[in-house]
Design a protein around this ligand. Sequence first.
Ligand code: ADP
Ligand code: MG
Length: 210
Amino acid sequence: MKMTSKDYVAYLKIVAKKLEENKDYITELDAATGDGDHWANMNMGFVKLMELSPELETLAIPDLFKKIAMTMMSVIGGSAGVLYGSAYMKAAAVSQGAESIDLDLLAKIVQAQLDGIMSRGKAQPGFKTMVDSLYQAQQRMEEAMKAGKSEKEVLTAMKEGAVAGMEATANMEAMRGRACYQADKGVGHLDPGAVTMCYQLETLADFLLQ
Ligand code: ADP
Ligand code: MG
């Protein structure tokens, strides 16, 4: 695989569409466990990224990631904006000098995004957050790469991990985010941030597998 900035923007466009289509579902999840704004926050970020897309396509990979980080930080309100900002700043740092993204760089980007979110949010896997989907995706991707699996298998493993991590949040008690303050700690509900993280990882895998 070889993903250019133009490809990355094409991928973001599919995420933007997927978010747009899931307004009620994501809003209801955040209404059950938080304050109901997660969809609106994420959607605002992606609408802005789409407005910027002609410019984003022309940027080198590290600059593209920096611009995405700054946009998400300034446009997405709430915790998610800061966390995605950290994720994309870390992604920019590991992409220095890259003209495109190959599988090895993608693995480094996923790892860097995970580190960025975990350190900024002081969150661990199992805390019922967006980290859970990203962590499982990263773990399964790394395992598949270490086992010498094909590119297709590695991307499929990443996608399956993202879904498994997202699904696992349903039974977790929240240790971070607004769901901690609910009497039931959000048990029985998926974490909205894990669901939107999963959308992004799934879409990325599908985009690269097509
Ligand atoms: P807010 O919680 O400020 O209203 P959002 O609703 O946009 O922000 O985002 C909520 C999501 O952010 C949660 O579902 C969770 O996945 C994630 N989240 C919140 N706090 C943290 C944290 N400290 N670490 C990691 N993820 C977090
Ligand atoms: Mg919220």
